[in-house]
Design a protein around this ligand. Structure first.
Ligand code: NAD
Length: 261
């Protein structure tokens, strides 16, 4: 799985084709979509038109909360593949655990079937708390390859990252830039950006990369799409890393996974 990919949440379907095409041209090879984003079709069109060989791409999509349960999950997966115009995805994720429904074990067992028949090369979860993962791992046979969680300097998710490391689960950061809301103006980040002659977004993405997180920043602006992948030609020193790690506030931008229905 590439450590840096392109996220398309909140990109309307008719703009997704252009945005994903720009990302593929800029060198991104990993795309993160979801049934709930309603842009799998536009994403698929960009992939088909890109001329990039399928085996060079890493395509992730996700099952929405209304589709939990074995039969619905199998149907939802078929619908996502059809919209994407693909015959397999690289990674299929349960978008949220929705503990109130108590169905994620059955959903995940359907994912194991999809994995076994080769239509997903890997399966995993998103927004699972360690308690959900523990239960899932006990009740099923394939440890999730990935847990995609909200993660940025204001919400550093130490407990989840540690648990994932113990279990061999890759941590993927959603909203890695904190949705661009305020985080990129934090003086410590701006100062580090000036020191390296980089932008605040590049500094935050580089911090994730050096921690080992997978990141999927989103933008529809071509210059930012290019800027966000240009984070492999410099390094943050230990003081920079420590200054950013000191910004943790355990503050979520998104919903609490224990409550999200
Ligand atoms: P993000 O942290 O990637 O921030 C994106 C926003 O930051 C943009 O809309 C723009 O306003 C700003 N931005 C981007 N590049 C910039 C730059 N170079 N300079 C200045 N501002 C910049 O937020 P996100 O879109 O919420 O998260 C990224 C991806 O994560 C999503 O597109 C989606 O694929 C995924 N995601 C998953 C879940 C989940 O529940 N699994 C939830 C939210 C997002």
């Amino acid at each position: 799985m590439p450590q840096l990919g392109f996220g398309v949440w909140q990109v309307p379907d008719d703009e997704a084709e252009q945005a994903v095409a720009t990302a593929l041209e800029a060198g991104y090879r990993s795309i993160d979509t979801a049934a709930a984003y309603e842009n799998e079709a536009g994403t698929g069109k960009a992939i088909a038109g890109s001329g990039v060989a399928r085996e060079e791409l890493f395509v992730t999509t996700k099952l929405w909360n209304t589709e939990h349960g074995r039969d619905s999950a199998l149907r939802a997966f078929d619908a996502s593949l059809a919209k994407l115009g693909l015959d397999y995805v690289d990674l299929y994720l349960i978008h949220w655990p929705v503990p109130a429904k108590d169905a994620y074990i059955d959903t995940y067992k359907a994912f194991e079937e999809i994995l076994a028949d080769g239509r997903a090369k890997a399966i995993g979860v998103s927004n699972f708390l360690p308690e959900h993962l523990e239960r899932l791992i006990d009740a099923t046979s394939v440890v999730p390859a990935v847990n995609q969680i909200e993660l940025h300097p204001h919400l550093q998710q130490h407990a989840s990252r540690e648990f994932h490391a113990q279990q061999g689960i890759t941590t993927e950061a959603w909203s890695p830039l904190g949705q661009g809301k305020g985080l990129l103006e934090v003086p410590a980040i701006v100062a580090i950006a000036q020191k390296h002659g980089r932008t605040p977004a590049q500094i935050v993405l580089r911090w994730h990369i050096q921690l080992g997180n997978v990141v999927i920043p989103k933008s529809v602006t071509p210059s930012r799409i290019k800027e966000n992948i240009d984070v492999f030609g410099f390094e943050l020193d230990p003081e920079d890393m420590a200054a950013i790690s000191a910004l943790n506030e355990d503050r979520r931008l998104g919903p609490d996974p224990a409550q999200m229905a």
